[in-house]
Design a protein around this ligand. Structure first.
Ligand code: TYD
Length: 205
């Protein structure tokens, strides 16, 4: 299937404020007259919703099983939601994508970043975002912002979240033309303006 739309992923640690930024960007794109499809991972399809519940709230899931569940969610999501939307020219904005798995399962769970990246690439048939916005947050701030809700990932120690953060940085540094890194600790309006400026530069706004 050919792609004519534009694919944006938001990535970052737990409590970074990604979802708020996704909302701001979707508003701006719609105001500019774009068709926008907004989605999230895990989730975003009915299989994905079931997998999300299993992987975030299930018990006794081994690291490799966890990686495979996240990969299955993405495989379904790409076929069912993302590719058809891109094919008709929509802008697709996803809250998390393959980098989350490389950072959380590859670096956080120590399964190996390259192996997890290969698994993810296979699952999504090689579909990469045109732009990834990395909303950076340090583990302590993320924890404070998350407050009381703790799923299986969120309840991991700060060391886990620090490894995840470092790996997000490494991926952004390896391909700076495809990333925008923003400080999740800055005021939400400032972050939103930086994201809009980048998309204006890309010709979308
Ligand atoms: P979610 O409630 O969507 O968190 P957030 O609002 O921070 O995005 O929970 C998703 C959790 O799953 C989050 O802790 C990151 C983790 N995750 C992975 O470990 N691997 C993945 O491939 C994806 C997509 C998410």
């Amino acid at each position: 299937m050919s792609e004519h739309g534009y694919f944006i992923a938001f990535e970052g640690g737990d409590g970074a404020g990604k979802s708020t930024q996704v909302g701001h960007l979707v508003e701006a794109l719609e105001a500019a007259g774009r068709e926008v499809v907004v989605t999230r991972q895990p989730g975003g399809t009915s299989l994905g919703a079931a997998l999300r519940d299993l992987v975030l709230h299930g018990e006794a899931i081994t690291p490799r099983a966890e990686a495979l569940i996240f990969a299955a969610d993405k495989a379904q999501h790409v076929q069912e939601v993302i590719l058809p939307s891109l094919a008709r020219g929509a802008v697709v904005v996803t809250d998390r994508y393959t980098d989350s798995s490389v950072a959380y399962q590859g670096a956080g769970r120590s399964l190996g970043a390259q192996e997890v990246a290969d698994l993810q690439t296979w699952a999504v048939g090689g579909l990469a975002p045109d732009l990834t916005v990395l909303v950076d947050v340090d583990p302590a701030t993320g924890r404070a912002r998350r407050g009381g809700t703790h799923d299986r990932m969120e309840s991991e120690a700060d060391g886990f979240h620090a490894a995840v953060r470092e790996h997000f940085f490494a991926m952004a540094a390896a391909a700076p033309e495809r990333y925008l890194v923003v400080d999740g600790g800055a005021p939400a309006d400032e972050i939103a303006a930086a994201v809009r400026a980048r998309l204006a530069h890309e010709g979308l706004l």
